[in-house]
Design a binder for this molecule. Structure first.
Ligand code: NAD
Length: 474
């Protein structure tokens, strides 16, 4: 039994039995058996059931958000929004269920050729602990909409709302064996992604785990999409609207206690506004309230585990000698929270280019600031990372903004905004941030594969290959 601990006060919330490799195997077999009947249902039938899931989530938002806040330490307004967004994802993909189409391809008069998109079969979703309920929805909803079965492994630290989602799915009419939530840690995840009967792996998590999963997937040539971490830059030019930029920088790195893949953890500011931006951010950071995430006045709660807290504390400790500490918020002064996993939001500048804080993902509330002189240097600093998940650019010059967006190496670029995401807009990374795209039309590409069907229209004996646009190959 694995203990599920609340980071708010280190209290044990539940004990959850991890799924054993045998249980994983049984779940894969059951899902494989259930999937063809699900795929044969009409899109509107699948869509109706996904809408029913969304209804049940919407009715349970408060309960889900409270459980999520207790389990993750994220503030209640965030977990409420995530639960609503999860319902929105089920509705969005419910719409897609009826929109699946192939294409006819006119290769020549002798052939009628078309593509028929079909589901992969059994999808394995493996997710991290930072957005547990929403990520569970984001893997399960498209998998089901496009006719797949889905086996989801939540993070060992945060299985509670994913397990609750499994109950809501059954209540809404999703066939019981079509979806399974398999709690557990590395062993359960490894058993799932190395299973020969898994047809697609969609993973969100750390790049080291992503590499291990890609290696396991290679054994059976299972297709895999990897949504990994980031060290994303926010670039502020001298002509930017500083009120909005400062706001977005603070929220972009300190929300969720910095535990966001898209955290804008490197701030790059033009020298003409550097002091002003730094002063404003320092003032905001000193005023951030770290504390009980159920308290309405709290800006950020604890980190997820004592290990994550220690990792962040280690970054802060070592950067004290590798840079200048610009500002730090206070830790909560509350006896009830004494055992919780809190860390102070912290800002550093004057860092050596090789400082670990500039190169590695902290997944904690720590911001590294540097300055630039011209556009070329801004781009060079923004790209000075192995990651490539996201970037923000702040400027009133629209041409400069789009030049930057076109050149920066990142899966998502935000111009004069940050951290907005939508089910409609593709999302994914480059480099160490992974490969594959989720959301929007990319979800249809990810969760379906096209089958090409050729029909001969020739009268009599076919004359062989090479007719029209078609040629012999293979
Ligand atoms: P993690 O990689 O340690 O764990 C993620 C999941 O993988 C967990 O469920 C874990 O049990 C499982 N796992 C671990 N080893 C496995 C193995 N060998 N085979 C199969 N599954 C295995 O990540 P984490 O620490 O939980 O989450 C933080 C990381 O996730 C950060 O790097 C963050 O940037 C990243 N992340 C990325 C995105 C994105 O969309 N790009 C979103 C959120 C978080």
């Amino acid at each position: 039994m694995a203990e599920v601990v609340s980071p708010i006060d280190a209290r044990v919330l539940a004990r959850v039995a991890p799924a054993s490799p045998d249980e994983v195997h049984a779940a894969v077999r059951a899902a494989r058996a259930a999937q063809p009947a699900w795929a044969r249902r009409t899109g509107s039938e699948r869509g109706r059931i996904l809408h029913a899931v969304a209804d049940l989530i919407e009715a349970a938002v408060e309960e889900l958000a409270e459980t999520e806040t207790r389990n993750t330490g994220k503030i209640l307004s965030d977990t409420r929004r995530e639960a609503r967004r999860a319902a929105g994802s089920f509705r969005y993909y419910a719409g897609w269920a009826e929109q699946v189409r192939g294409e006819t391809i006119p290769v020549g008069a002798e052939y009628h050729t078309y593509t028929a998109p079909e589901p992969h079969g059994v999808v394995a979703g493996v997710i991290p602990w930072n957005v547990p309920f929403f990520f569970a929805a984001k893997k399960i909803a498209p998998a089901l909409a496009f006719g797949n079965a889905c086996l989801l492994k939540p993070a060992e630290e945060t299985p509670l709302t994913a397990l609750r989602l499994a109950g809501l799915l059954t209540q809404a009419g999703v066939p019981e064996e079509l979806v399974a939530v398999l709690p557990g840690g590395r062993e359960t995840g490894a058993a799932l992604v190395s299973h020969p009967d898994v047809d697609l792996i969609v993973f969100t998590g750390h790049h080291d785990t992503g590499k291990a999963i890609a290696r396991a997937a290679a054994e059976h040539l299972t297709p895999v999409a990897l949504e990994l971490g980031g060290k994303s830059p926010q670039v502020v030019f001298g002509d930017a609207d500083l009120d909005r930029a400062v706001d977005a920088v603070v929220l972009g790195v300190f929300a969720s206690c910095g535990q966001m893949c898209i955290a804008g953890s490197r701030l790059v500011v033009h020298e003409s506004v550097y002091d002003e931006v730094l002063d404003r951010i320092a003032e905001r950071v000193r005023g951030l309230r770290v504390g009980d995430p159920f308290d309405q006045d709290t800006d950020l709660g604890p980190q997820i585990t004592s290990a994550q807290r220690d990792k962040t504390a280690q970054f802060i400790a070592e950067t004290r000698s590798a840079g200048r500490l610009v500002a730090q918020a206070a830790l909560p002064d509350d006896e009830r929270l004494r055992d919780g996993f809190y860390v102070p939001p912290t800002v550093f500048d004057r860092l050596d280019a090789q400082a670990r804080l500039l190169r590695e993902e902290v997944f904690g509330p720590v911001l590294a600031v540097s300055s630039f002189r011209d556009d070329a240097e801004a781009l060079r600093l923004a790209d000075d990372t192995d990651f490539g998940l996201a970037a923000g650019v702040w400027t009133a010059d629209i041409a400069r903004a789009h030049r930057f967006a076109g050149q920066v190496r990142a899966g998502t670029v935000w111009i004069n905004t940050y951290r907005v995401l939508s089910d409609l807009v593709p999302f994914g990374g480059v480099g160490l941030s992974g490969y594959g795209r989720e959301n929007g039309t990319e979800a249809a590409r990810l969760y379906l594969r096209p089958k090409s069907v050729w029909t001969s229209l020739a009268a009599g004996t076919p004359q062989g290959y090479g007719l029209g646009g078609a040629g012999a190959a293979g």
